[in-house]
Design a protein around this ligand. Structure first.
Ligand code: LUZ
Ligand code: MOS
Length: 753
């Protein structure tokens, strides 16, 4: 099992807010904009400064370097200057002796605005020319020509809601000034180097003066890939100015209000098929609700474009994406990173086309699955494709035909309850789509007592990457995993870290660890050979903490070997670097091989809908997933289960609501509902696909973090399928989330079929 969780369950784990703080630590709170769009006419902090315990109030004017924390596009200030663009936008940082006093001073800050029109809808932003960047088009073949030759052409619109990350640990950081004019940060970030870079930029110091240490995160899901940065930089700014340690931790209300979510999308599609149900052409336009500033939106839109055709081969495709600027907090990375939105639209198109053709969706899905050697429309050749393999396996082991019969029987026997079924084939590209991010390094020390310490760029956020890296090192060195400690992620030990994101944490850092451990093993084997008087180190092996000579055990154990190596001046530390091979992408042609590989799988989901009440239950999700050779099956299984539930939540009960003024109304746990023990599927069955090997993963494993999230899409269509078995529901506009309320309204608005 993942031993990392034992401390969590006992409440013994230190998150940022649990570390003992240095003497004299001050506490910061953020004063954020109460209006979604406006010009700041007056900002007066005098009264607040006189408030109990307040030490300082910092605004944009107090920034010694550049007031800029934009990651991809430089369009994001740390603290607002002359205007604000969303409710929750940071304007000032209040520093006081206690967190309570810092927050109490907040209401004493006086601010006045000239309010400007507020846009929350991406299509409205588009009409008003509010785009963050020029549109992006990916295409292949000739859709227009192909549509003319199709037997059936179906069009429609899809609206997809956002999603709150709801990591358990809130955003925050502790900043400690040093005596070199720099700052050491404890930060809850997936991107230590992004925090380091932004802090250096804002403070006007070189990056080497900023040390970022990340012990672990209490969940992230993408919400801390870019948006852990501002709070760390604010704490650093305060520490830098006041020469005192400063802690800044958002409370839940602040976190919900100030941070961005998964991007809502609106989309128009057109899909063309021949009589047999083969998809010949697909056109789609995405209107991404990017929020007020770019954040990671351009990369997220790109991943949507990469996943436009889902698990299918379609010969003629044209996809256009618009990054629409709205007056909402900057929407950001969230498990799947735009991929789920793209895949939801193609599944919607197939569902509607199936209905037009009088076929079942799964018939069309199956007919169009990717085959070995097909080309993705962005130019990558599909290799080691397991789309059909996982589909067929799922059909067989879960007895799909019997399931269909059961559903039909249930539906003839029941009037108020109806069952539905849906299948979701998964194909998700693994690698950062910005090729340069696909690099990592590892630093491995063997101490003189034989214990091992490993530093990498990977951030542990509950996903189990530390345990996986331990597995890699334990296998390569052939020592017990109990000898190995994974250190915190720290920019002074591992520089220029890529975010722990894009499901690549274990791949990139595991591969770097593997290389470092291999060098150490070679050195130790050579030393063991010299201990044995053997000239050929190939005749020596280290196995289960014992030195073997010509395949036979010797008396030399791991501890003795290490200690002797040290005394003989063998270097017991190794640093290694890994960069994913064979990937590139040409952004002029929008063609290339952006992904090292793809993860495949198939989920079959059944749901029961109560037609009278609009309520539903997800009965069962049955999965065949391609894990490669799993590094840690119980972690991979847990990641799959969690991702499925999170994916279901996104499309069913989790609903973000803003009013026309851009205020988040679903801003508490009572108004924003996430899956709980009552709403999760009664059963999630998971079958590990046999015979899958991945040359790009450490020890042939495959990435796990994001892909299974998209199995949640089948829950949506299982509910729709159940409803459609009773009444002919309109598919003109497919809207998510499919809340109980929406189900009821859709049934009431439908004609009896
Ligand atoms: N982050 C990123 C990601 O910067 N690039 C990506 O391609 C990506 N994909 C998934 C999640 N985070
Ligand atoms: Mo990400 S959405 O932080 O992999």
């Amino acid at each position: 099992m993942n031993k990392d969780v034992i401390k969590h369950v006992r409440g013994e784990t230190f998150f940022i807010d649990d570390f003992p703080v240095p003497e004299g630590t001050l506490y910061a709170a953020v004063f954020d904009s109460p209006v979604a769009h406006g010009i700041i006419k007056k900002l007066e902090v005098k009264k607040a400064l006189e408030s109990k315990g307040v030490k300082a109030i910092l605004t944009a004017e107090d920034i010694p370097g550049e007031n800029q924390i934009g990651n991809i596009i430089k369009d994001e200030t740390l603290l607002a200057e002359s205007k604000v663009e969303y409710i929750g936008e940071p304007v000032a940082v209040i520093v006081a002796d206690t967190p309570e006093n810092a927050r109490a001073a907040r209401s004493k800050i006086e601010i006045e605005f000239e309010e400007l029109p507020v846009i929350t809808d991406p299509r409205e932003a588009m009409e008003k020319g509010q785009l963050i960047a020029p549109p992006v088009v990916f295409s292949s073949g000739d859709t227009e020509k192909s549509f003319a030759e199709c037997d059936t052409v179906v069009e429609g619109r899809v609206d997809i809601g956002g999603q709150e990350h709801l990591y358990l640990e809130l955003q925050g950081s502790l900043a400690i000034p040093d005596d070199n004019g720099g700052v050491k940060l404890l930060s809850g970030t997936q991107s230590p180097t992004a925090v380091q870079r932004a802090t250096a930029n804002v403070l006007g110091v070189p990056m080497n003066k900023i040390e970022v240490d990340v012990p672990r995160l209490g969940g992230a899901f993408g919400g801390k890939e870019d948006q852990a940065t501002p709070w760390a930089v604010m704490a650093a700014l305060a520490a830098f100015k006041l020469k005192k340690p400063v802690k800044l931790i958002l409370n839940r209300q602040e976190d919900l209000r100030m941070t961005g979510k998964r991007h809502p999308y609106s989309a128009d599609y057109k899909i063309g098929l021949n009589e047999e149900g083969k998809i010949l052409a697909y056109e789609v336009t995405y209107f991404q609700n990017s929020g007020a500033v770019a954040d990671l939106s351009s990369a997220i839109l790109e991943r949507t474009l990469f996943h436009t055709t889902g698990s299918y081969f379609i010969p003629n495709v044209k996809a256009t994406g618009y990054m629409c600027r709205t007056n909402l907090p900057p929407n950001t990375a969230f498990r799947g990173f735009g991929g789920p939105q793209g895949m939801f639209v193609i599944e919607s198109a197939i569902f509607k086309a199936a209905k037009e053709l009088g076929k079942s969706p799964w018939e069309i899905q199956k007919k169009n699955l990717l085959n070995e050697g097909d080309y993705f429309y962005y130019g990558q050749r599909a290799e080691r494709v397991n789309a059909r393999k996982t589909w067929d396996k799922a059909e067989n082991i879960y007895e799909f035909n019997n399931k269909l019969k059961d559903v039909e029987k249930f539906n003839t026997e029941n009037k108020i309850l109806k069952k539905g079924i849906a299948v979701m084939p998964l194909c998700f590209g693994i690698s950062f789509t910005s090729s340069f991010l696909n690099q990592a390094s590892a630093l491995v020390h063997i101490y003189t007592d034989g214990s091992v310490g490993i530093s990498t760029a990977a951030v542990e956020m509950g996903q189990g990457v530390n345990e996986k890296i331990k597995q890699v090192a334990a296998k390569v060195l052939s020592v017990s995993a109990d000898r190995i400690k994974i250190e915190t992620t720290n920019t002074t030990r591992i520089a220029n870290t890529s975010p722990t994101a894009a499901s690549t944490g274990a791949d990139l850092n595991g591969n770097a660890t593997l290389l470092a451990c291999n060098s150490l093993k070679e050195r130790l084997k050579k030393h063991a050979a010299s201990m044995l008087g053997e000239e050929d180190s190939a005749k020596v092996e280290i196995k289960n903490e014992t030195v073997l000579h010509n395949g036979a055990s010797t008396k030399i154990k791991w501890e003795e070997l290490v200690s002797s190596a040290y005394l003989n001046r063998v270097n017991l530390s190794a640093h290694a670097y890994y960069a994913t091979p064979d990937i590139y992408f040409d952004r002029e042609k929008n063609k290339g091989r952006p992904f090292a590989y793809h993860v495949y799988g198939t989920a079959i989901t059944t749901a029961t809908v109560d037609l009278l009440r609009g309520t539903y239950e997800i009965d069962e999700v049955d999965i065949v997933h391609d894990y490669g050779k799993s590094l840690f099956p119980s972690i991979d299984k847990g990641q799959t289960e969690g991702a499925v539930v999170q994916g279901i939540g996104w499309l069913t009960i989790e609903e973000l609501v803003q009013n026309e003024k851009g205020k988040l109304l679903s801003n508490t746990f009572s108004t924003y509902k996430i899956p709980d023990i009552y709403s999760v599927p009664d059963e999630i069955k998971i079958h590990f696909l046999e015979e899958s090997e991945n040359p790009y993963g450490p020890l042939k494993s495959k990435a796990i973090g994001e892909p299974p999230f998209m199995y949640g899409i089948s829950a949506y269509f299982a509910i729709l399928n159940a409803m459609d078995s009773f009444v002919s529901i309109s598919l003109e506009k497919i809207e998510a989330p499919l809340t109980h309320e929406r189900v009821l309204l859709k049934i009431m608005g439908a004609k009896r079929g």
